[in-house]
Design a binder for this molecule. Sequence first.
Ligand code: 5GP
Length: 209
Amino acid sequence: MKKSTESSGGREVHPPLGKLFIVSAPSGAGKSTLCLAARQRIPGLRYSISYTTRATRPGETDGVDYHFISEDDFRKGIEANRWAEWARVHGHYYGTAADIIDAERKDGNDILMDIDVQGALQLTRRYPDCVTIFILPPSVAVLEERLSGRGTEAKGELARRIRTAEWEMSQQHRYDYVIVNDRLEPALERLVAIIERHRSTGTRRGGRA
Ligand code: 5GP
């Protein structure tokens, strides 16, 4: 929903630009659960639905979890400069539509983004006022256990995700905040507190400082 633009003495007063909250984590760190729970706790926080060329997993809905598109359409998007950032993750393309992010920000809406490390680094250059948060699993052993327990990946894919996870964890120092997700509730409280602390005044609703 578009925020009203007040008029003051004939001049338009725009809401402050919405803030981007970028959350990255290796697969299996529990990022999706944390992001979903944070969205439920924080009123008015938007979520950026990414575009991807990977196949839909059971339980996922097009336009809700992702916009599932073809490789051809994704590449056309690259040529047309449609993506605010994009990356190839685990052999598939993932990207964020620039026009949607820019329109939401202009309307003063804060946005939560679940983005891999490569994309997060691109966004910090494009939107230097963004807030970046890295979610760590308690250990690589726990991560492997969570990934194999999920049962959505074949063996080769699992090994590939673990290698990527190790590289991603080596990049955590580039983030503003690091949260260790050993127990959901304390990790969620930290995530919510960080977001509330940095929200744009346009959308903030009595959050903790
Ligand atoms: P999954 O396929 O498991 O949903 O996501 C794989 C990885 O892609 C995750 O690390 C997720 O954060 C990342 N990802 C999801 N959407 C985007 C996006 O729009 N851009 C980038 N760069 N990564 C994304």
